[in-house]
Write a protein that binds this ligand. Sequence first.
Ligand code: COA
Length: 252
Amino acid sequence: MSEHLSVEIAHRIMTVRFERPQKKNALTRDMYRGLVEAIKTVAEDDGLRVLLLTGSGDSFTAGNDINDFLQYPPSDEASPVNAFLAALPAIEKPFVVAVNGLAVGIGTTMLLHADLVYAAQSARFKMPFVDLAIVPEAGSTFLLPRMLGRAKASELLLLAKEFDAAEAEALGLVNAVVPDDELFERAMEAARALAAKPPQAVKLTKKLLRGHQEPVLKAMAEEGKLIAERIRSEEAREVFTAFMEKRPPKFD
Ligand code: COA
């Protein structure tokens, strides 16, 4: 397991927490590998009923580590970020997320695969894929227009508009907005309620609620192919380098 993830098991719930607060919990390859491992453990262990994910410090996650994007651009399905993305729609047991702060990029798109999402009052969301000169991932280009309508999805994905917890709730992206200091307990309460229910009925109901996953998987494959190309583009490399050098990007 990654040094930047902590794992706790109690009440048949596995809680995984991002533990890289000094870097706003930006996700490294190592963290994606740890997440895939956690998802696999929950799937295989009959004693576990729910996966609960949250962050430490003031951020849920600032998204993919930009330095990793530069050094190890993901290429195929074996790349840790792609393995994590592929694992998300395949999670059969309930997946609960407590968004404790900033949720950027994959920090927001992974929520589209969660069953219940609770957001701290201070949470903020942003999907800046276009600004990074790449394209969105996690099937979000398929899921968001269907969940929010194309107008709103375009605002969030093309304009990359940041939004707060209240707006996320109004959009139906989160179940409830909770005072910051009550967030974890509230998410845990929901996880415990799920863990106490008949597990097979929960799994089957989740599957029915999700509907057919083929179009989501198809969108993910298309997005993944474009991201692999875009991430190596001059534009994207300029954005990533500019971020690391703490300067605005220049496009000549
Ligand atoms: N990848 C790598 N490092 C990151 C990061 C990321 N996605 N997000 C934040 N960090 C690092 C910063 O480089 C900084 O490191 P340093 O202290 O060694 O300089 C540290 O985390 C704190 O971030 P900072 O930018 O100083 O904090 P802030 O409060 O001013 O801004 C963000 C926070 C998240 C708004 C800003 O860091 C940001 O825009 N990050 C990039 C988000 C992004 O585009 N993610 C990719 C999505 S696919």
